[in-house]
Design a protein around this ligand. Structure first.
Ligand code: MEV
Length: 422
């Protein structure tokens, strides 16, 4: 049976890793070779943005051990920071005893905002707009018949009266089911299309017509139970203490949420999605969970058995159609590795990775600290800087990290000693 629990994946050679991955995700030889070479050619890159002169590469790894809603999953992660992939894999491994992650998500409803200024009577204008709600929604839906044919389109509309600096404005919200898209294009097109109607009805002037990244109607959630026998009672208590710290203090909540985003952004980037949109949504949601406070996006508590329960909830505006997901060759492979068919499924996996990443970070922070693990990985870079090659890298790295002397000078001494013994 297919499993994401692959023993010592990190110790395997590149060839072995690729063989396992190719089998797991039925990758073609071309996809496997694309993973290793520069997979973004100039023409593709030049179509993606303007003034292209090159491309930036980042490591693409896979986290092991994930089970999400009963399905074994290898998670592609694109990130420059050491330890993130290892930590996610570790946390997912520790959750396997209780079946991994249970995740769910809302329908993919995004919000389009249309701002109207210089409205003489905002209450009256809001009433007029609401009376014509169905006509406005119909007109918006005519802009994207394909989306409507797939069951998407505008589902609701409302009007808000906002005030700033002594001035009132009307803001119309279009609630659009964007199906498997991130949704920005559909939303912005519809918002621009209905703007003249709204101008007429309100007697005001249209200003902004744009998506809101605070996608509160498109939340993804995940939950996992870490058994006390698996992680130890001190870790159960430690993680809850860490959560309480984040819940009580925005300075800590910012870092707590940053750890969550290490996992989330990695998958969002690997799959070619807009990580700035996800970041904006996550942090604005964290700031609105409780009036006037910035809160952690996860929570932890003990269940009746004394096991640790972790939960996450955040907006997840990601897509599988449009954008780089379909044009970037590596993003296409990432989606194939995940085996997802809908944006909802992808959102649920991403939420699970965010929870896993956070658990791993606060588990380490509340017990031994993260520096030992970080240094173990960092020591390999230092060994290379000291001139180690091949087997020497691991040998030097082990000595300097065991000695807690992770610096180039000591790495050079150790390397000399190893070479003398050869
Ligand atoms: C580092 O990238 C992320 C952490 O700081 C997260 C946290 O403190 O929870 C380790």
């Amino acid at each position: 049976m297919k499993t994401s629990s692959i023993s010592k994946f990190y110790e395997k050679s590149l060839e072995e890793r690729l063989k396992i991955l190719a089998e797991f995700a039925s990758l073609t030889p071309e996809e496997v070779s694309n993973l290793q070479k520069l997979a973004l050619d100039f023409d593709t890159a030049n179509r993606m943005i303007e003034n292209v002169v090159g491309t930036t590469q980042l490591p693409f790894g896979v986290a092991t051990n994930f089970i999400v809603n009963g399905r074994e999953i290898l998670v592609p992660m694109t990130i420059e920071e050491p330890s993130v992939v290892a930590a996610a894999s570790k946390a997912a491994g520790l959750a396997r005893a209780s079946g991994g992650f249970q995740a769910s998500s809302d329908d993919p409803i995004m919000i389009g905002q249309i701002q109207l200024v210089n409205v003489a009577d905002t209450a009256q204008a809001a009433k007029k707009i609401m009376e014509k709600k169905n006509e406005i929604m119909d007109f918006a839906n005519q802009q994207d018949k394909v989306l409507v044919s797939f069951g998407g389109g505008v589902k609701d509309l409302d009007v808000r009266v906002l005030k700033h600096d002594g001035k009132e404005m009307l803001v119309v919200h279009l609630y659009v089911d964007v199906r498997d898209a991130m949704g920005a294009n559909a939303i912005n097109t519809m918002s621009e299309a209905v703007a003249p109607m709204l101008e007429n009805l309100s007697g005001g002037k249209v200003r902004l017509r744009i998506i809101s990244n605070l996608a509160v109607r498109r939340l993804a959630r995940a939950k996992a139970v870490w058994k006390k026998e698996e992680i130890g009672e001190d870790v159960v208590e430690g993680v809850i203490d860490a959560y309480n710290f984040a819940a009580a203090d925005p300075y800590r909540a910012a870092t707590h949420n940053k750890g969550i985003m290490n996992g989330i952004d990695s998958v969002v980037i690997a799959t070619g999605n807009d990580w700035r949109a996800i970041e904006a949504g996550a942090h604005s949601y964290a700031a609105m969970k409780e009036e006037g406070k910035y809160k952690p996006l996860t929570k932890y508590y003990k269940d009746g058995n004394g096991d640790l329960v972790g939960e996450i909830e955040l907006p997840m505006a990601i897509g599988l159609v449009g954008g780089a997901t379909k044009t970037h060759p590596i993003a296409k492979i990432a989606v194939k590795i995940l085996g997802v068919k809908t944006a909802k499924e992808l959102a649920e996996i991403i939420a699970s990775v965010g929870l896993a990443q956070n658990f791993a970070a606060i588990r380490a922070l509340s017990t031994e600290g993260i520096q030992r693990g970080h240094m173990r990985l960092h020591s390999k870079n230092i060994a290379v800087l000291a001139g180690a090659v091949g087997d020497e890298i691991d040998a030097v790295a082990k000595v300097i990290s065991d000695e807690k002397k992770v610096n180039v000078a000591r790495a050079k001494e150790v390397l000399d000693e190893i070479r003398k013994k050869k």
